[in-house]
Every structure is written in structure tokens, then in C-alpha cells.
Write a protein of this length. Structure first.
Ligand code: ADP
Ligand code: MG
Length: 533
């Protein structure tokens, strides 16, 4: 039957081979974009948005998130990066590159007239086998020195490069601090480690603070600068005249009316202030604004107040001090207050910071990141986040693998041996899967300006001899035992990458029909496809 009779004219359709090739191409383009950033010698990308804002980064997920990608298959690739980021916090480039290479291998098999379902089946077998092999190959996490190596491996080549020793020990100390508070390592939460960026000083001066640090000063100089035995009220509504944001129109015809209007507004503020004061709070942290009148009352009562604190920080403070975030004036009461030994404002360089120390829940710590420019700060923060993710992940699973491509080479080798035992054309797909794994060390070498073929050949030769931890050390450009060189990664980075790369590549391979509804924005959908055809 003719499609057009049953389908709305606003739906465009790409079928069979065309759909497949188009999707594979899109996925390969995404993988190619991030490929050159892989590893310590990877290059950075400069991203410029339509407002001219600039981000300089080496971080796979950041690159893909900032690019406005429309193609449906390309979007699926971006999703892998996001999942990898949220599940492990590192390994985004690896996951995306792996998926791209899996699809490239699939394309090669399709050209040889192998049916997509065979490729899909082969890839599934290969993924499953890889996961069981990698679990056998992984080593138990020994001590916190290994954690430092993991943090360093995560941060090598990132913006933090020059100070990675200092930053790696901050990362490990931060994680150990929160780990010591948990009985079950499964409860360790990345959200309990806050980062705060401060411009103007050297990155090497970054430090770890127990408790919360906010890049904020108290709203009013009349307020106390230091509050001991703090009773902290958290609110997410404005402590301001009734409706300051909405444009209120009132018609006033006499001075008396004006006066009574102002009076009623002031009464409202007074009421909130009284409620706060009588709750026993001596610190108020507000997500919205606090106006002059409210500031006056709070300052007079000796209360320390911060305003316009971001939601994510409100939540961290709430957890740290065991206080509720109050959304309704009538709910303000002593039961909602959080506690901390000290809330203090302190000047550091040009900035005034607020420290919340001795929190009731000492699990929350802050890494104060210092750096010369906002670009350096942002990239250092991303590197630290990668390090934190990896260290936490290593503690949780208790298992590590050698980096520098060592684990990928060994997996590929064993996978090829296994392939020989699999009958049918699936065998070819398993071999392609092995090649995709080898593309990781290949890209590491290529990005460092080394000969990728030579490197790969030498790596394979050594692994054949049973040297299963040999990897490429890009600190000295030598092939050596990655564990001994201190290039260590958590197991989960690799299992997650293998999992999601194989999932998304098989999902894309199984698509043979792309239907795009043009109802909403015809122009946009058309232009997506033009770019890739
Ligand atoms: P991803 O987003 O996948 O984490 P990265 O750019 O962080 O990408 O690179 C990670 C890769 O770099 C891993 O394969 C890791 O083993 C490798 N790597 C890290 N440090 C070194 C090093 N000193 N020598 C060689 N490879 C390294
Ligand atoms: Mg990384």
C-alpha cells in the first residue's frame, strides 16, 4: 500500500538501508568529534554559543551537551555520554568513541551483506563476554595510594594538569572524609561533595573544607559577621514586599491611601521577620531576595542572612545541617531549623565567602577551587568531578583495571580467542567488537602524535606474551605495566562504557525505518537531514 495514503503528509520517512546508513553516519560523526580529546594528550575544544560565551574543554559530555544536536541517532549517542556521566562521572569520551567504532564495524559487515540482526546478535554475545572477562581481569582496590593514582589518571591532561598532585589528594581526602561517615559504601553520594570556585588565586592553593563554603556575603553589613551555635533557617520564598516580581498596579488617590498601602506592605514584612525571630533562628539562608526592610529587622535581631542562594546549594546545606527548606511562611518553626557550630563570613582575596562549619551532618565537604580565570576554574572543576566520580566508583565496586589502553587490548585479545569458538557469521561481529575496543589505545596513541599502528602492534605483541597489564604510558610515551606506572581506572568506568556503547549501537542497527513528524517545525526537521545526507 502507498504510505502516503495512510500517513499524514507531515511525516517524512526514511527507509531500510538509507535509514541505517544515515544513522550510522550521524553516530560516527559524533564519535569523531570527541575522539581527538581522548586521553592525557587529547586536544581541547572551544565551544562558542550564540551569545558568544566561550567554553574550553576536553570533557566529552560537556562538548556534546553544549552542541545543539538534532539528528535522532546523534542524540542517542549524546545520551550515552550523559548516562556515563551520571552513572560513573567519567569515561564519557571512551563510551561515545566505542559506540562510534562499533557502528563503523557494523557498517563494514553490512557492506559484506551480513544481515543487521546477525551483527546485533554477535555484538550482544561480545558485550556479555567482555563483561565477564573484564570482571575476571579486574584487581581488588588495595589502598588509598591507588585511589590517588585513580584521581590522577582521571585528571591527567585536563585543565588541572599542572596541579594534579594537590588536586588528587584533595579529591581523595574529600571522598575518604565522607566515606568514613558511612557504614555502607553503597551510600556514598557524590552530592555530598560540593565544589566552590574562587577567582584570582593559584590553582595550587585549592583546599578542602569540612562543611559548606558559599561564594556569598551576608546581605547587610549591620548583621553579625560570625554566629556560633547557629540555628539555621532555610527558605525558598522571597522575604520581600508581597509581590515584587509581578508589576503591581494600584490606584491611589490620596496621601492617606498611599501611607496605608505602605503600612500594610511593611506589616507583611514585619510579620515574616517576627516569625523568623521567634523561631529562634540566628541564620537565615534564602533562595530568593531579602529586601531592605526585612534586612533591617533581621539585622536588628542579630540574625545573619544570605540571599539568592542557588537551589542545588540550598539542598546541600539542607542535608549538611539537617534543616528543612521551608516554602511557606506559616511553616517556620524551631523544628525546621538546621544546626551548625559556626557560620562565618570571611574575606579571601577580593571575595567574601560564607563558611558553614561543624555541621550536624559532617558528611558534607567542600573543595574550594582557586584559579586565575573563569575558564580555568570551570575546566578544573570538571576535572575534579571526573576524579571524584572515579574514586567513589572504585571504592564502591572495590575493583580497578589498568589504564592506558591495557585493559582494552587484553579484552580484545581474549575476545578474539573466544570468537573462534562461536559458529556462524556472529563470529565476524565479535571480531569487530574486539577491534572497537582496540580503537581506545589507538586513539590514545594518535592523539599523542605517536604512530597508532606501531603502538597497537607492540601492545598486542606484549599481551600475546602474557604481559596483560601493559599499556601506553603517555607521561613518558613508553609501553609498560600500567599498574606499576600508576595509570589506574575503576572497573565501573569500563563496564558502563561497554554496556551503553553496545546497547546504543545495537539499538541504532535495529532501526530500519525513520519517521519524522514535521507537524511542529517543518523547517527544523528538514535541515537535520540535509546536513548528513
Ligand atoms: P574519558 O572521557 O573517556 O574519561 P579521557 O580524556 O579522560 O576520556 O581519557 C581517558 C583515557 O586516558 C583512559 O583510557 C585512560 O586510561 C587514559 N589515560 C589516563 N592517563 C594516562 C596516561 N598517563 N597514559 C596513558 N593513558 C592515560
Ligand atoms: Mg576521563
Amino acid at each position: 500500500m502507498d504510505d502516503n495514503r495512510i500517513m499524514n503528509e507531515n511525516v517524512s520517512r526514511t527507509l531500510g538501508k538509507d535509514a541505517q546508513r544515515n544513522n550510522i553516519l550521524a553516530a560516527k560523526i559524533i564519535a569523531d568529534i570527541v575522539k581527538t580529546t581522548l586521553g592525557p594528550k587529547g586536544m581541547d575544544k572551544m565551544l562558542v554559543d550564540s551569545f558568544g560565551n566561550i567554553i574550553v574543554t576536553n570533557d566529552g559530555v560537556t562538548i556534546l551537551e553544549e552542541m545543539e544536536i538534532d539528528h535522532p541517532a546523534a542524540k542517542m549517542m549524546v545520551e550515552i555520554a550523559k548516562t556515563q556521566e551520571s552513572e560513573v562521572g567519567d569515561g564519557t569520551t571512551t563510551a561515545v568513541l566505542l559506540a562510534g567504532k562499533l557502528l563503523e564495524g557494523a557498517e563494514y559487515l553490512l557492506d559484506k551483506k551480513i544481515h543487521p540482526t546477525v551483527v546485533v546478535k554477535g555484538y550482544r554475545i561480545a558485550a556479555e563476554k567482555s563483561l565477564s572477562l573484564i570482571n575476571e581481569l579486574a584487581m581488588p582496590l588495595k589502598d588509598s595510594n591507588v585511589l590517588r593514582q585513580i584521581a590522577m589518571t582521571a585528571m591527567t591532561g585536563k585543565g588541572a594538569e599542572g596541579n594534579k598532585e594537590v588536586l588528587a589528594s584533595l579529591v581523595v581526602r574529600a571522598v575518604e572524609q565522607i566515606t568514613s561517615m558511612h557504614e555502607n559504601v553503597g551510600d556514598i553520594n557524590l552530592d555530598d561533595i560540593k565544589t566552590e570556585k574562587i577567582k584570582g588565586e593559584k590553582t595550587g592553593d585549592s583546599e578542602l573544607i569540612e562543611g559548606i563554603v558559599l561564594n556569598k556575603e551576608r546581605v547587610n553589613q549591620e548583621m553579625p559577621i560570625r554566629v556560633e551555635n547557629a540555628h539555621i533557617l532555610l527558605v525558598d520564598f522571597p522575604i520581600e514586599l508581597k509581590n515584587p516580581e509581578a508589576e503591581t498596579r494600584i490606584s491611589i488617590s490620596s496621601p492617606e491611601q498611599l501611607e496605608s498601602f505602605i503600612e500594610s506592605e511593611e506589616r507583611h514584612i514585619r510579620e515574616i521577620a517576627d516569625k523568623i525571630i521567634s523561631s529562634g533562628a540566628n541564620v537565615v539562608i534564602c533562595q530568593k531576595g531579602i529586601d531592605d526592610v526585612a534586612q533591617y529587622y533581621l539585622a536588628k535581631a542579630g540574625i545573619f542572612a544570605l540571599r539568592r542562594v542557588e537551589r542545588s546549594n540550598m539542598e546541600k546545606i539542607s542535608r549538611a545541617v539537617n534543616g528543612k527548606i521551608v516554602s511557606n511562611i506559616n511553616d517556620i518553626s524551631i523544628d525546621q531549623l538546621g544546626r551548625a557550630a559556626l557560620v562565618e563570613e570571611s574575606k579571601q582575596g577580593n571575595e567574601s565567602l560564607t563558611f558553614i562549619k561543624g555541621c550536624q551532618n559532617p558528611r558534607v565537604v567542600t573543595i574550594v577551587i582557586r584559579g586565575g580565570t573563569i575558564h580555568v576554574l570551570d575546566e578544573t572543576e570538571r576535572a575534579i568531578r571526573d576524579g571524584l566520580g572515579d574514586v567513589i566508583s572504585a571504592i564502591k565496586s572495590g575493583k580497578v583495571v589498568p589504564g592506558g589502553g591495557a585493559i582494552e587490548i587484553e579484552l580484545a585479545r581474549r575476545l578474539r580467542l573466544f570468537a573462534k569458538t562461536v559458529p556462524g557469521k556472529e563470529q565476524l561481529a565479535i571480531e569487530e567488537f574486539a577491534s572497537a575496543l582496540e580503537s581506545i589505545p589507538e586513539a590514545l596513541a594518535e592523539n599523542a602524535g605517536l604512530d597508532p599502528i606501531e603502538t597497537l602492534t607492540e601492545l598486542k605483541r606484549r599481551h600475546e606474551q602474557g604481559l596483560s597489564n601493559e599499556g601506553l604510558n603517555l607521561l613518558n610515551d613508553k609501553i609498560e605495566d600500567a599498574f606499576l606506572a600508576g595509570i589506574v581506572e575503576p572497573l565501573k568506568v569500563k563496564t558502563q562504557a561497554i554496556n551503553s556503547a553496545s546497547e546504543v549501537s545495537t539499538m541504532i542497527l535495529r532501526i530500519d525505518d525513520v519517521l519524522v513528524s514535521r507537524n511542529k517545525d517543518t523547517h527544523m526537521e528538514r535541515s537535520n537531514y540535509q546536513g548528513l545526507d
